[in-house]
Design a protein around this ligand. Sequence first.
Ligand code: GLN
Length: 475
Amino acid sequence: MTATSTAVGIAGAVRSGERSARSVVEEHLAVIAARDAELHACNHVMVDDALATADAVDAAVARGEDAGPLAGVPVVLKDNLCTRGVPTTCSSRILDGWRPPYTATVVERLLLAGGIPVAKANLDEFAMGSSTENSAFGPTRNPHDTSRVPGGSSGGSAAAVAAGYAPLALGSDTGGSIRQPAALCGVVGVKPTYGRVSRFGLVAFASSLDQIGPLATTVDDAALLLEAIWGPDAMDSTAIPSQPEALGGDTDIAGMRIGIVEELTDVEGIAPEVKAAVERAAAGLDAAGARVERVSVPSCAYGLSAYYLIAPAEASSNLARYDGVRYGLRVDAADVAEMNAKTRDAGFGAEVKRRIMLGTYALSAGYYDAYYGQAQKVRTLIIRDFAQAYERFDVLLSPTSPTEAFPLGAKTADPLAMYLSDVCTIPTNLAGHSAMSVPFGTGAEGLPVGVQVLAPAQGESVMFRVARAVEGIVA
Ligand code: GLN
C-alpha cells in the first residue's frame, strides 16, 4: 500500500491541500465504474452525493478549517446501514423502494470526520450468510479470483476495499461477517466490543450480537475509522457510556502473553495451510518478544450450535416488522393476514425464511428450555471460559476462516457447511468481546488467509498493538 492510497495518506494530503477531495473521489468512482459490472460489490453507487460531500470538504480546506481525520477518504457502507433518502436494501426484496428517514450514527460520524460515503455494498440478505450468495440481487465475486466468493455477509464491503473502490468500508458482524470476508479478501476487518460502536441505524439481525466495524487495507487505517465512529451514543441504549481509550500506534509486544486457542485451531475442518499461517504468525510474535502458548477454551467448541439458536431466535423477532405495511414491498391480497403472508413469502429469500423458522421453533412453548435456554447457558460458559483464559493471556490467536475463499456455489446446497465458515469467529460475538482479522499470506490455492487476534471486552488497544505486530511479520 502506498501512502497515497491508504486512508491515513489520503486524509493527510487532503487536509494539507496537496490533493482535493474531489479528485480522490473521482479516482475511486472510476475504479468502481471499471470493475463493478464484474464484481458486483455495490448495490448502489452514490455518485452525486459523494461528489457534493467532496466539494464541501474541499471548501472547508480552502477556508482554512480542519477538515477532519478522514478528510476526503472514500468509504463504502454495507447496505444494512441506514442513509437518509438513499435506498437501503439489506439485499432483500422486502425493502424494495424503502428510503430510510434517518441516517445511522456511524455514517453521521464519518461524515463529521470528513469521510465520504461512495457506495452501498452488497451483502447476504439481512446479513445472514457467509458468502454474499444470499443477496437477492446476485452474488459479489472475490477480486482475487472472480470464480470464488468474497465471504460474507459483508462480502461487498470486503471486496470493495480489496478492489480499491475505497480504502475503507463499514460492515456489520453478528457471527463473523466482518472478519471472515476480510480474511477471504485479504484485508483487515475489526469486530469491536459489543456496545463500543452505536448500532443506531443498523438494520437489526440479532441485537445481542450485532456490531458495526471497519474494513481496511492496513491496521492503522482500520484504527482511524474505528476511532471516528466509536463512543457513547444517546440513540443506542446498549452503547457503552464511557469514552474509549485511544488506540495509539504501539507495536511493542515484548513480554505480552499470547494464547493460541486449541478448540479453534487444532480441530478438524481447519485447512492445514490456514493452521500453518497461525503458527507462523505465532512464531513471529514470539521472535518479537511475546510469550506464545496453547490454551484451551473448552466451550468454544459449542459456540456454533449455540449461535444458530440464539441468532435465529432474535432474528425471528426482529424480522416480524416486515409486514407489508411499514417498509418497502407489499403484495396486495383480500385481507390483511393474507397480505402479510404473501408479502413475506415474496419478499424474503430462502435463508431468511430458514432462520425465521429455526428461531420461531427454538422459542416456542415446549422447546424454549431445550433449545434457546440451553444455548444461553452455553453462552454463559463461553464468557466464563474466556475470562479464565484472559487471566493468563493478554490476547488470543486463531484462524479467522477455516479455509481460503471457496468457489461460488460450493456450499449453497448445504446450509450446515456454510454455517461452519464462522466456527472460529462466533465465540467472540457470544462473549461480546473484540476480535479482528489481519491478512497473513496465502494458502495452498494462492488466495488470502487471515489470522484472528481476539481480545477481551474493551481490549481494542492491546488487540490493535498485536495486530500491528502481525502485520509487520513477513508471512
Ligand atoms: N455467517 C453468519 C450467519 O450467517 C454470521 C453472519 C453475520 O455475522 N452477520 O449468521
